[in-house]
Design a protein around this ligand. Structure first.
Ligand code: UD2
Length: 309
């Protein structure tokens, strides 16, 4: 039994990680300020964990959170591009300040064996090269992307300055249970599914040829645990986590029609400003370093998501 701190553990991805750790019988502490996370996400196992309501942008909270914890899974953030454009100072606090506090607190605690943190495919920005490879020059085009990239740079800096082992996972488009379709930060998979389950037509922004690499949250959970336990390479690695395949928004609607056995036509509206056209991960580094393999098919994850609704 090892001890794990999950920051943002009441959020969509964080709560899926907490659930797996609890099932595996680990000692789990969650720190969450409940800004975007929800206590309902962890209610089923609240008695099996320690919960701290607090904001990591406050160093005292960070110190308390990391105390005696061996492994840290850092998911806390305000994970939204539009929010960061409206409120770059708050976005920076929630990602950069919080992360530096967490890393510094971990150095001071002396107990931390390794940290894995959530970063983003947003780092690739509008670079049209596909698939996205980790050694491509970053092109952050939003404050969100800049902040997530800064988290990666701090990871490297803390390894070279203090020997703190930190792995950064660049998530592609994550979907799965506990992603709230009503949230303004929600992903297209949840939005489309919740509408189509009610028999409503989903709205595609653009002509539907836009494509994404949709990755199931179970795969994200697996990748985080692999990143904590894999052999240390001697570098603070940045690793893509996706399926390594993409589908268009039109195909996504067709897939839901197929699984739900309905025939709903999407509506089309003009493209969303700032959207990138295509995104697909090269996951060979994840395979090589983590032993990561995504779940059998996209349909597998979509079916599990439908069961959750
Ligand atoms: C994802 C991440 C974001 C950031 C970004 C980096 C999610 C939820 N967001 O944003 O945090 O990492 O990647 O590039 O994973 N769309 C529709 N209809 C809708 C909603 C969305 O057509 O009702 C389109 C949207 O215009 C976009 C695509 O679906 O072309 C994906 O949108 P998204 O918000 O799910 O994710 P994305 O890729 O913008």
């Amino acid at each position: 039994m090892a001890s794990y701190l999950v920051t943002g553990g009441a959020g969509f991805i964080g709560s899926n990680i907490v659930e797996k750790l609890v099932i595996d019988g680990h000692k789990v502490r969650v720190v969450d300020n409940l800004a975007t996370g929800k206590i309902e996400n962890i209610n089923d196992f609240i008695n099996d964990i320690e919960f701290i309501k607090g904001d990591l942008a406050d160093f005292i909270v960070a110190k308390r959170a990391v105390e005696k914890m061996e492994y840290i899974i850092h998911q806390a953030a305000i994970p939204s591009v539009p929010f960061s454009i409206e409120n770059p100072i708050k976005a920076n606090e929630s990602m950069v300040t919080a992360t530096v506090n967490l890393f510094k607190a971990a150095v001071e605690s002396g107990c931390t064996k390794r940290i894995v943190q959530a970063v983003s495919a947003a780092a690739y920005g509008n670079n049209p090269k596909l698939p996205k490879q980790e050694d491509m020059l970053p092109e952050p085009v939003s404050p969100y992307a800049a902040a997530k990239l800064m988290q990666e740079y701090y990871a490297r800096a803390f390894y070279s300055s203090y020997d703190l082992e930190i792995v950064s996972l660049r998530y592609f488009n994550v979907f799965g249970p506990k992603q709230d379709p009503k949230s303004p930060y929600s992903g297209v998979v949840s939005i489309f599914l919740s509408k189509m389950l009610r028999g409503e037509r989903p709205t595609i922004f653009g002509d539907g040829s836009t494509s994404r690499d949709f990755v199931f949250v179970e795969d994200i959970v697996t990748a985080n645990l692999q990143a904590l336990l894999c052999k240390w390479t001697g570098n603070s690695e940045v690793i893509n986590i996706g399926r390594g395949e993409s589908i268009s928004l039109n195909e996504l609607v067709m897939l839901f029609n197929d699984i739900l056995e309905v025939n709903i036509e999407p509506l089309y509206e003009s493209e969303r400003i700032g959207d990138i056209k295509h995104s697909i991960a090269d996951i060979s580094k994840a395979e090589r370093i983590l032993g990561f393999k995504p779940s059998e098919s996209l349909k597998y994850g979509l079916r599990k998501l439908i069961l959750w609704y």
